[in-house]
Ligand binder design. Sequence first.
Ligand SMILES: [Zn+2]
Ligand SMILES: [Zn+2]
Length: 348
Amino acid sequence: MWWIRTDYCGLFSAFLTIALVIFAQYVTVALVLVPWYGFTYHILTFSAICLLSVISHSRTQFADPGAVPFSTREEAALGPVVKPRHHQDENSALNKPVPRICRKCQCIKPYNAHHCSTCKRCILKMDHHCPWVNNCVALFNQKYFILFLFYTFLACIYCGALLVARFVSCTHNLRMCPFDTVSSVLAIICFIEALVFGLFVVIMMFDQFSAIFEGVTAIDQLQNRQSTKVLSKYDSLVEVFGEKFSWRWFMPFDLTPQIHQGFQAEIDEAIELLQEARRTQHTHMPAPTHVHGSEASYAYGAGEVEMYSPTMVAGEHLYHRNENYREPMEYEHDQESDEEEWDAQKLH
Ligand SMILES: [Zn+2]
Ligand SMILES: [Zn+2]
């Protein structure tokens, strides 16, 4: 089971989120609904909404968000590929962005993937790492995350409305509301919680849907990346929920095979692109930025340097990444934009 155990802040936040939902359910049912209405359908409805919120949260937290498999390390170990943009061919697979190789988890990093420093893995279609669910929100759990936001929002509205109605009825007839300090304080805390959480999840839902409709995840927006495909709003939602619209969209059921197949197709394509680029790179290798004796180096990013040792194969130079070469300075590779910058700068 996927479970981020190393981030104590995330573990605490995720636990706190569940505790707050259970607290709201207890206060609303035990202190508001039962004394006021007795046992009615409101108890069942509100409890069901809270339960769906908790289940959706747990599924978001404990789902593998879409980590690039370690099996890609074998292909990645052969080294990165330099993509010569000035040699692009309209019909060539080289036109697609060549996957990079993650320096941290040593896996192939498809164009749509990002390395999460908390999960310590490259995550496909990573939207963001959310401490409230102690996990990345990405391909395999975005549906659950949206359901968690949706049911939490419903619970906040429901709870807030019940508390307001209770307060209004009490102000009209005080004899119906025997004064109880503890219950009153808990009800006030619950009302504030419903307001704050309600507002928070509305903002998060707005962010999620705008990212889905634009086809650009939150992290891609930060890096000014463009969407790789154009889909209608409905098709974008179908992609996230893994099936056409039905009541199943509202249930935290298992993901459809469509989502798993899409994931595997992206990984397979990344491997193929890397292999294709590797097959052609010796004929398209751009001029090195520096030559040191028998070695060629390519400077990129903020002073980053990669070394290649040339060997002659069939009369042509093949460049292999020199694994023994130590970079002259310690670089922080967190900034993915550095790699993009490298890609753009070095080859023009
Ligand atoms: Zn990685
Ligand atoms: Zn993460």
